[in-house]
Design a protein around this ligand. Structure first.
Ligand code: AMP
Ligand code: ZN
Length: 477
């Protein structure tokens, strides 16, 4: 398998740290609102990467965080006059619902920044002790960029150029920096903001440190793949590398994968331009699996333009696959009694065996596309060719073995893409379980208003909750 590594700017053969296993960390959203369709792109792309590794027989440990402490969350909480956690828990629950609709499987672990503060304090302490970080007079802790000569290796920027670039920008409140390219690890609290105690000051973590710490805690010092949108290359991922490698004394991630941006009508998505869609808004118009299918119709590194026409095309394409699958399912029942060819009842005829050879070539084409840096666009065309083969050869007179082969093969390839409707019930169950988990969390944090709100939503969905000794059980009304 080849993966384009942002670090080397080349496609490289994938060699896991441990045979048969893959450790992936994907930077997740800041939860202050419903996720937008741009946020959905890395979720869909890297969920597909995960599914393909599993298809190839790897065991995948997939970690994706929720950034739940941030200026935007705090501002929204101040606006509503509630605790910041009310906002973040609300939008984590909403995000999980959107993920379920997009058929994005829950990560092995979804850590949250606010629950990882001790680990962050540990890593910052280590960096200070090793001379890679220092506290300014006001208690802000900065990373000493110059102490890491490899700084800039991911974004292919030169530290000297960065320093002179930053020198032009004066940021109020950051006068304590030794060097303009240094960045914040810990910052003092401001009135009305959530804060934690630390050896330097009461305050909160900078954004970059959370991912270094969560990756270390849930995956270890060295990981296989670190991923996110291309906007994160600099400074976020560059800073993560500096923090992790200086604190752990080991190379951090072997492969850095970045998805291209999603634009709308060829313009950058922005609230002020009025071309901004949340996944929730799109779900009112389309089945979210259409959005997923649309995202996979392009290579993940290319920019992708969202438009009504392209969504219509994706809708029709997905419908074509679904219709073929539905027909195969029906035929699986109705061809049961067919004798087929050869001595064995139900076995394939010679022509069918030839068709299976042709289908296997298409499967090989699909795998070659996916092995080549996850070229989902070409993989999808291989699925379409299989659908064409199926539509022209699967009939009432076919052998059950042939029908089964086609259904399983097309089904499995679609499942890697996450576009199979059959898994919808499962994903709905996952959505319900995610909501129950969010409600439990809210109760633990004595946020009864949120817990009741979630219970209300579940009841609207016809879900009945029962508190039992083994925990909360649910059933459909
Ligand atoms: P944020 O909540 O802004 O930190 O973003 C969460 C994830 O979504 C990150 O991996 C971003 O790179 C990604 N992302 C944000 N906007 C877009 C976009 N328009 N297209 C593709 N990815 C995006
Ligand atoms: Zn991150």
């Amino acid at each position: 398998m080849k993966i384009f590594n942002t670090l080397s700017r080349r496609k490289e053969e994938f060699v896991p740290l441990e045979p048969g296993k893959v450790k992936i960390y994907v930077c997740g959203p800041t939860v202050y609102n419903y996720i937008h369709i741009g946020n959905a792109r890395p979720m869909i792309v890297f969920d597909t990467v995960r599914r393909y590794f599993e298809y190839k027989g790897y065991e995948v440990n997939y970690v994706s965080n929720f950034t739940d402490v941030d200026d935007k969350i705090i501002n929204k909480a101040l606006e509503e006059g509630v605790d910041a956690s009310v906002i973040s828990e609300r939008f984590i629950a909403e995000c999980k619902k959107d993920m379920a609709g997009l058929n994005v499987r829950p990560a092995t672990t979804h850590p949250q920044a606010t629950k990882e503060i001790p680990g962050m304090l540990d890593m910052i302490r280590t960096l200070v002790e090793k001379g890679h970080a220092y506290a300014a007079k006001d208690g802000t802790v900065y990373f000493r960029t110059e102490s890491f000569p490899e700084y800039g290796k991911l974004s292919h920027k030169n530290l000297d150029e960065l320093q002179s670039g930053f020198r032009e920008i004066k940021v109020t409140g950051e006068e304590g920096k030794e060097d303009p390219a240094d960045f914040v690890l810990w910052k003092p609290k401001k009135e009305g903001e959530p804060y934690w105690e630390s050896p330097w000051c009461d305050g909160r973590p900078g954004w970059h440190i959370e991912c270094s710490v969560m990756a270390k805690r849930y995956l270890g010092d060295e990981i296989d793949i670190h991923a996110g949108g291309e906007d994160l290359i600099f400074p976020h991922h560059e800073n993560e590398i500096a923090q992790s490698e200086c604190a752990n004394g080991k190379p951090f991630a072997r492969y850095w994968m970045h998805n291209g941006f999603l634009n709308i009508d060829n313009k950058k998505m922005s609230k002020s331009l009025g071309n901004f869609f949340t996944v929730r808004e799109i779900s009112e118009k389309y089945d979210l699996q259409v959005l997923r299918f649309f995202m996979l119709s392009a290579h993940y590194r290319s920019p992708l333009n969202f438009s009504a026409e392209l969504m219509e095309a994706s809708k029709n394409g997905l419908e074509r696959i679904r219709t073929a699958m539905a027909k195969l399912k029906e035929l699986e029942q109705s061809t049961q009694g067919n004798s087929g060819g050869g001595a064995q009842t139900g076995a394939m005829t010679e022509t069918e065996q030839e068709n299976v050879s042709a289908a296997k070539e298409l499967v090989a084409k699909y795998e070659a596309a996916m092995d080549d840096d996850f070229n989902t666009a070409d993989a999808v065309s291989a699925i379409f060719e299989l659908v064409k083969l199926s539509n022209s050869t699967a009939s009432e007179t076919a052998s059950p073995a042939y029908i089964s082969y086609l259904r399983q093969t097309i089904g499995q390839l679609c499942d890697v893409m996450g576009i199979i409707t059959e898994t919808k019930k499962e994903s709905l169950d996952e959505e319900i379980e995610a909501m129950i988990e969010a409600r439990q969390q809210a109760r633990k944090e004595k946020n009864y208003a949120l817990a009741d709100e979630i219970r209300g939503k579940l009841s609207e969905m016809g879900i009945i909750l029962e508190d039992t000794r083994q925990g909360v059980k649910w059933r459909r009304a």
